[in-house]
Design a protein around this ligand. Structure first.
Ligand SMILES: *Cc1c(COP(=O)(O)O)cnc(C)c1O
Length: 403
């Protein structure tokens, strides 16, 4: 029996969301539309496969063991210089947790990018395990919104952290991992690089690689890598045993065959030349969208973008991030409110919005569409009646069907 027949209520929700996503333009930089092949992994039969790589605690795990090995090999092949990888983590937040547990003791000090400056909640938010188990010191940005490496070094020498984290979620700027590694070496810290957002750009050479400079590297798969929800945790050979134990049985029981197969398929696609072309499009589109918004008088944090995303300071248009998000959504454009450096607003209000190009690029949109989208954004933020804009957005979305 199909879901439509067996559960009308659930089917209606699924149907509504799928239709909605087809009619809007999603500029949330952490979102993406995975390929049909990645989504096919959902058909993998569901059963338990708890294992530490050598011992399996359930029967008939021969095929899932091969799937996991395939995902590992392909993940390592995508990132030259990577030594070892654990492909089990179900989430980036969990993969970071396992990495910290493998490499740190409770109470150790972590030096990471502040949240309003682009860091992630798993880098030390006080409501997250990271902020509760470790002593957190944050580095920030220069007044122009770029990484302040002098400050990173000063804080590292003053606080002597056991770990420095390079990476974040809302970074229009790039990370110089080699410079981070030099500072980590100088103060005796480990370097953990969290490339969750821009991992795709690392693969295509549009962003510096954290390998071989980092002791550990984490990435999610659902963002620029265009996989299903999930994460992988890389580390040097010397840390592999500790990391594997920290993942299982430290913070996880089993990963499903579907999750592991989806990761293998994702890394298979990421290894193809067509993926590099897609990332080229992501980056060009981001440049074009940022330029088109700047031309219309929008102030961009960091002065523009070197990645797949940009942060617009909407105070220049007399709005809060929350209001801007609402106006855009009413017109069928999705972008999330975002804190900006030294933001006077609360995280539930914000002074900025964050826009990115992975979803639109995965649908096949290019630079002409970015010009058009900048115009639509400007009209919605400017207060035009969203109904008319909404129809234009739906028409544009319709010409680029979801994969
Ligand atoms: C998205 C993200 C994560 C967490 O990913 P989840 O899968 O949502 O837990 C961790 N770190 C960074 C930098 C991220 O952008």
């Amino acid at each position: 029996m199909s879901l439509r027949e067996s559960d009308e209520e659930a089917f209606a929700l699924l149907q509504r969301e799928t239709e909605y996503r087809g009619q809007v333009i999603d500029l949330v930089p952490s979102d993406n539309h995975p390929s049909v092949s990645v989504r096919e992994a959902e058909r993998y039969p569901l059963f338990y496969s708890e294992n530490d790589g050598r011992n399996y605690y359930y029967p008939a795990c021969e095929t899932v063991a091969e799937v996991e090995q395939l995902a590992r090999e392909r993940a390592l092949a995508c990132f030259p210089g990577a030594e070892d990888v654990n492909v089990k983590p179900t989430d980036g937040t969990r993969a970071n947790e396992a990495t910290y547990r493998a490499l740190l003791k409770d109470g150790d000090t972590i030096l990471s990018l502040g949240l309003a400056e682009g860091g992630h909640l798993s880098h030390g938010l006080k409501w997250n395990y990271s902020g509760q188990l470790y002593r957190i010191v944050h580095y920030g940005l220069t007044p122009t919104g770029l990484l302040d490496m002098d400050q990173v070094r000063e804080l590292a020498l003053e606080h002597r952290p056991q770990m420095i984290i390079a990476g974040g979620s809302s970074c229009p700027f790039q990370f110089d991992f080699e410079a981070f590694a030099d500072i980590a070496k100088e103060c005796g810290a480990l370097l953990h690089s969290d490339i969750s957002h821009f991992a795709g750009l690392v693969v295509s050479g549009h962003h510096p690689s954290p390998f071989p400079h980092s002791d550990s590297v984490m990435t999610t798969l659902q963002k620029t890598l265009r996989g299903a929800k999930g994460a992988v945790a890389f580390c040097r050979h010397a840390h592999a045993k500790a990391l594997n134990r920290a993942v299982f049985p430290g913070v996880m029981a089993h990963a499903t065959g579907a999750q592991l197969l989806a990761k293998a398929i994702c890394f298979g696609e990421v290894g193809q030349p067509s993926f590099k072309a897609l990332m080229e499009r992501v980056v060009r589109n981001a440049q074009r969208l940022a330029g088109a918004l700047a031309d219309r008088g929008y102030a961009l944090v960091s002065g523009g973008t070197q990645t797949h995303l940009m942060i617009v300071d909407v105070r220049s248009k007399g709005l809060t991030g929350k209001d801007a998000e609402r106006r855009l959504q009413a017109g069928g454009i999705l972008a999330n409110k975002q804190l900006i450096p030294a933001d006077p607003e609360k995280p539930t209000v914000c002074s900025g919005i964050r826009l990115g190009t992975p979803c639109s690029a995965s649908r096949g949109m290019g630079e002409p569409e970015m010009d058009q989208i900048a115009g639509l954004i400007d009209r919605l933020i400017g207060g035009e009646d969203p109904a008319g804009v909404r129809a234009e957005v739906a028409e544009l979305a319709d010409s680029f069907p979801l994969p």
